[in-house]
Design a protein around this ligand. Structure first.
Ligand code: C2O
Length: 544
């Protein structure tokens, strides 16, 4: 591989959306941010210089960071944030991966405007396991707030209320014609007839899982989270924040005398409000006979709360699992975990008024623990054995057993202010069952694991049944991902091999749940051999 250098200048930029101008935090003045392209086996060296008043860090979402955990990016986990007028060089090699990923800020809600595509092409002499596309097109979904996203989350944390929802979804940064005065801010995909396009779909929205469909066109799904899957055809896609999906779009021939909406809008089953609007882009054929009068077709999308559509869609994903792209599903398990994931509430602190349910504060937890970020980076504290920053007593099972679909018992109990981690021996094979608690209503949670891909070996609705469900696990060709939706009112089972030493965050990729504490960290110990250990940090690692 070769070494590729990028420079990210974090700077303010004035931009106008939905008729309002405001100053936002950007990378190099762009929204979405610059496209990072490399090949499998390459080294990426990205110098990030912070010229805004806010702290920031950048995460390379889905990159395995094999023995390069110092470059992973989540603030207070693998590094202290990059402060104003400071810089940090992210330096890592892309090993054993190719496909679509993305990069985003990993401090507070800064990723609302700080995100961009991360495209890993196959090695020079290697081809795709599908027809060579005529063209490749990244399509990033985002979420636009008229307010400052930092003010939105800070107010929620202060008052205990749910945050204000976004004002628009965006497609490659543009809201499209279904929003006020946004007709000229429409993403247009111009295509030639009879060609195959590879669309690299990325959900970079903050808090919403999305349905996506292109009128009168079906697509073939070929990859998820930078892993090849057995191809399948679909009209409608479901994509959660943190997930990426590659699809092939075969254009019609001859060119139809029409244009086609590409629409995305949310899937939502939770409590409270959400942004119930629709982003539209337009698929246009080159040289239609009468572009002005060409009819514009609209796709129909599933109902907002169509959980069955979401479950059926996620069941379609199987690893490609060929000789050329083999998979390695742990058949035996060394360490088993059962994590509840969900929302709850904390009592309102004395002398404060809180605007959460019944005067409480919203919180979120895994195994009843609302994870508190430390004020220094976990990875440093672990690596240099600085005591007192975390405790290694994250529970393997929930503290308060209950019927996850029944009447709540101790279910709203969360513990604030604790930084508990789970320690894994090097190379342990791990199984985690994640169960939606449905305490404040059933809700899907896109769980993301840093530093690893995992295999999704099972999923179902209701309570996980430890007697009967494991016999139905798929240990042959389960999909390999870095982000999986814990089904609304259900559970998911994942397996991975802990072969990457370091400190790795696992969290809900809805930023509001993440901010409320739906996160935890794994410490994976180094092995005996030198190439099984994490090397020391680079000298420019930011200080807190
Ligand atoms: Cu894409 Cu921890 O995040």
């Amino acid at each position: 591989g070769v070494t590729r250098h990028y420079k990210f200048i974090i700077k303010m930029k004035n931009i106008t959306r939905l008729c309002r101008s405001k100053s936002i935090v950007t990378v190099n003045g762009k929204l979405p941010g610059p496209r990072v392209v490399a090949r499998e086996g390459d080294r990426l060296v990205v110098k990030v210089v912070n010229h805004v008043p806010n702290n920031i860090s950048i995460h390379w979402h889905g990159i395995r960071q094999l023995r390069s955990g110092w470059a992973d990016g989540p603030a207070y986990i693998t590094q202290c944030p990059i402060q104003t007028d400071q810089s940090y060089v992210y330096n890592f090699t892309i090993t054993g991966q190719r496909g679509t990923l993305f990069w985003h800020a990993h401090f507070s809600w800064m990723r609302a405007t700080v995100y961009g595509p991360l495209i890993i092409l196959p090695r020079r002499n290697e081809s795709y396991p599908f027809v060579k596309p005529y063209k490749e097109v990244p399509i990033l979904f985002g979420e636009w707030f008229n307010a400052d996203p930092e003010a939105v989350i800070n107010q929620s944390l202060r008052t205990g209320a749910g945050p204000n929802v976004s004002d628009a979804y965006t497609l490659n940064g543009l809201p499209g014609p279904l929003y006020n005065c946004s007709g000229k801010d429409t993403y247009k995909l111009k295509v030639k007839p009879g060609k195959t396009y590879l669309l690299r779909l990325i959900n970079a929205a903050l808090n919403d899982e999305l349905f996506f469909s292109i009128a009168n066109h079906s697509v073939t799904v070929v990859e998820a989270d930078a892993s090849y899957v057995k191809p399948f055809v679909t009209d409608t896609l479901v994509i959660a924040p943190g997930q990426t999906t590659n699809v092939l779009l075969k254009t019609k021939s001859p060119a139809p005398d029409a244009a086609f909406y590409m629409l995305a809008r949310p899937y939502f089953t939770g409590m409270g409000t959400f942004d119930n609007t629709t982003v539209a882009g337009i698929l246009e054929y080159e040289n239609p006979k009468s572009p002005e009068n060409a009819p514009l077709f609209k796709p129909s999308l599933p109902a907002i709360n169509a959980t069955n559509v979401v479950a059926n869609f996620s069941n379609m994903f199987k690893s490609l699992a060929t000789n050329r792209f083999p998979i390695n599903v742990p058949q035996k398990v060394d360490k088993r975990f059962f994590f509840t994931v969900g929302l709850g509430t904390n009592p309102c602190p004395k002398n404060q008024t809180c605007q959460g349910p019944n005067g409480t504060k919203f919180a979120a937890s895994m195994n009843n623990i609302s994870f508190a970020l430390p004020t220094t980076a976990l990875l440093q504290s672990y690596f240099f054995s600085n005591n007192g920053v975390f405790t290694a007593d994250f529970p393997d099972f929930p503290l308060h057993p209950f019927n996850y679909t029944g009447t709540p018992l101790n279910n709203t109990h969360v513990i604030n202010g604790t930084t508990k981690v789970e320690v894994l021996p090097f190379n342990a094979s791990v199984e985690v069952i994640m169960q939606d608690t449905s305490i404040l209503g059933a809700e899907s949670h896109p769980l993301h694991l840093h530093g690893y891909n995992f295999y999704v070996v099972g999923q179902g609705f209701g309570n996980f049944d430890p007697k009967n469900d494991p016999s139905k696990f798929n240990l042959v060709d389960p999909v390999e991902r870095n982000t999986v939706g814990v089904p609304s009112g259900g559970w998911v089972a994942i397996r991975f091999q802990a072969d990457n030493p370091g400190v790795w965050l696992m969290h809900c990729h809805f930023d509001v749940h993440l901010s409320w504490g739906l996160r935890m960290a794994w410490i994976v110990l180094g092995g005996k051999l030198p190439n099984q250990k994490l090397p020391p940090p680079p000298s420019d690692l930011p200080k807190c």
